[in-house]
Design a binder for this molecule. Sequence first.
Ligand code: GTP
Ligand code: MG
Length: 342
Amino acid sequence: VQDLRIVLLGVSGAGKSPTANAILGQDAFKEKLSTESVTKICQQHQQTVDGRNISVIDTPGLFDTSISEEQLKTEIEKCVEMSVPGPHAFLLVLRLDVRFTDEEKNTVKWIQENFGEEAACYTIILFTRGDQLDKPIKQFLAENKQINELVSQSKGRYHVFDNTDGKNQSQVTELLEKIDRMVMENGEHYTNEMYREMQRKICEEGKSWSEEEERKQVEEEENIREDERNRLLNMAKDVALVGAGVVVGAGAAVAGGAVLASTGGATLCAAVISGAAVAGNAVLASTAGGMTLTDALMTGAAVAGNAALKSVTGGASLTEALIEGAAAAMSIIQVTVTDPRS
Ligand SMILES: Nc1nc2c(ncn2[C@@H]2O[C@H](COP(=O)(O)OP(=O)(O)OP(=O)(O)O)[C@@H](O)[C@H]2O)c(=O)[nH]1
Ligand SMILES: [Mg+2]
């Protein structure tokens, strides 16, 4: 292949930008001087290297907290567009000299989750700070199980760079040869279609997950409503039994009626207000006096039941308080009015 498109990935400070510069043999990408991460957006530069057109795309650090997940996603999208029709290689850049972090452990996984399983076939681990390696790389890998694990996830492909040695052209030539070999083994480069396919899958998984969540929520709400309906119906039966046809009991009857109406689909508030009002003899006046509906209902229920207010402040739901109110109204009826059945 005459042209090569290379995408550099890795955590912030891994040395992506210095590596990109080393490949191109020029200071095209800004490198770090401070501890803050440098590269915030994807950038592409190209250069003729060994007589071939090499395009390098530098990316912001993975897991970098100074840019949001969303921003990173947008940048990765851009990097895919920059690499049309798709990169020949992903270089996963890792530092050799420091202890391996959890984030670095997750980089291969991150690549697969964002670019798809097949991305591993196009990935080469590129170790920076080769100058600080005091033993042969094979021995280093044998002694570092976790890094070795990462290398095997990338089909055993890796390369070591020393970015302090600007004149070391052979490390670049060797890298390009490794990429060529990988492309030959794969038979093609990573394609943007593979990327779109992966994104479509992620999208669908996300959709089916949220559909499932929504279904569960609706079911839960329906269950709560059903329980409430049953409780109200039971209460209504009791209230109606005692309250029917009695003058004061009319309040309870309306309260009972309110309950029935609410289960019949009328709005709870309207039904309850009239029920509580009749039961409590005070509520309508209080709403007219500027109280909020809830206050009025509480007062109404309280007057009706002598107990409801307590239960509301005690943490019971308004409906529960009202039911208690109606129940208490019922007991008032039993005390003050002769039960028509007796
Ligand atoms: N000694 C040594 N230092 C290196 C080597 N490669 C990179 N560095 C240094 O490592 C530091 C990290 O470089 P950065 O430009 O921050 O790396 P980056 O991955 O592009 O970071 P972000 O842009 O923040 O994502 C720089 O100070 C480089 O000089 C190397 O091979 N040897
Ligand atoms: Mg950078």
